[in-house]
Design a protein around this ligand. Sequence first.
Ligand code: GCB
Length: 595
Amino acid sequence: MRRFLLVLLLAPSCFAAPVESTLIANIPGRTSVNLSGSWRVIVDPFSNGQSAGIFRDEKPRSKGDRIEYSFDASPVMSVPGDWNTQRDQLMFYEGTVWYRRLFKYQKRSQTRAFIYFGAVNYRASVYLNGEKVGEHEGGFTAFNFEVTSLLRDGENSLVVEVNDTRRPDGVPAMKFDWWNYGGITRAVTLVEVPAVFVQDYWAQLARGSQNEISGWVQLNGAQAGQKVNFEIPEAGVRQALTADAAGRALIHVTAKLELWSPEHPKLYDVMIGTGEEKVHDQIGFRTIEVQGGKILLNGKPIFLRGISMHEEAPFRGGRAFSPEDAQTLLGWVKDLGCNFVRFAHYPHNENEVRLADRIGLLVWSEIPVYWDIAWSNPATLANAQAELRDMIARDHNRAAIALWSLSNETPVNPERVTFLKQLAQEARELDSTRLITCAMNHVDKTSPDLRTLSDPLGEVLDVLGINEYVGWYEGRPEDADKIGWKSVWSRPIIVSEFGGGASFGLHGDADERWTEEYQNNLYEHQLKMVERIPNLAGMTPWVLMDFRSPTRLLPGIQDYRNRKGLISDRGQRKLAFYRLQEFYRNLAASERASH
Ligand code: GCB
């Protein structure tokens, strides 16, 4: 009894211990059945479906049977896709929606099957043929469950209960400046693998080296001694590896490689295979490190010409998920003259990250530890740890990813510092090759014209992100001319946000809020100020495109949209777009001239 009590008392810290990711890497490179398309949905505002047994997906067997739901008689919705923008009535809806997809399957011996979800916002409970398969919390990370033994020959019913109610212990919690798009927002896939399969792998340059690839392959279902091949044919790499009892085989190989960079986004075809399976991926190799106040890419200082963006679809609105959405959004980023993009404020879909790899954009990827969350709650920490782990697990082979960001604009208090320090340590344990950052917004106003960054969090970060809104939330754009900046940490700084709102097509004087001229003038003054920040290594102004937010209430101007976009949600470019474009193009030209 005593021992039991002790276990209970210790439970919170046990709960917070990191757990290995179970994600299957590289879904695009696997044999799979796409379960996207039309799903039947039942909107369940009072979450009555559990007691009604909706997950069983039953039909009355006789005319006297009482079954108070019917998927067959319910309307359909597209998956992937949020529910808010698929039905007018659901624009402001937060709650439960049940989804069902029927699919045919033919079982084969020696084949295992997993259901993989790109993302479901925010909680998902998954059932196959009436049996519970698993649960997941967190709206922007992928997850998978093995369903081999639950699959039937013939028709199968996959039911997902989705709930996007905001929660005080959630990540993010109760308040955030973006739309709480609910639903199965990324693709659903039935992945087929052999009994022993390549679950994950890691192949990147060892920290500080330009020719040593180090990493591992993680097999699932393997015995010690299982052979795995690791090949990069174009670089002449061919290694036969042997897995240990945990199914892990270590990669360590030297090769002469063309290094990946935004100007030369070289990707190699990499093959990882056992006798039964060959997994192909396209991987780039580069180093990213910090030296004093500089960020070095492949050993040379780089200035990160960036922009922040949400994962919101241009033109049609709603969550972006498709390769076409990614093409449009990142096409604009490229056109702006960027070599860098901040995926705010949560891990974006894999199409975006893979496209960044192909077209040469370095990426800041972030977990939604945003504003205030329950810093002292062990369950919240465990959830943030899981989101961090799964963000890293999905994208750790992408050369584009330069920075993992742990948080955005969090209040300075001891519980928050403890929480984020723990995440920083874990991020480093999970990935020693990338830089760790946070977007911070607390500065000491030592004198009216001097801002000092002294947030204690700075101590554990490689790169300091600063969000500042001089000229918008604070004073007038001209105030930027006299403001100087200091940091107590001699680390590279990225101005991770600055900006101001403008309604596309609204013109007026430069001192008239909401006009394109005001926004343009703000960029004019901000660009001069940020250049004076010591150790400035890059910037990602706020924000590429106008986006929906429930906190933006001004009729006629905002209409529930944050208007700080350089481009409207209809794709129209505002004056400030051209101002920043000119600034970035000049910067790039002078860098080329000095090389
Ligand atoms: C911020 C937040 C961002 C908001 C932005 C704004 O500081 O990081 O999520 O959308 O300001 O527009 O106020």
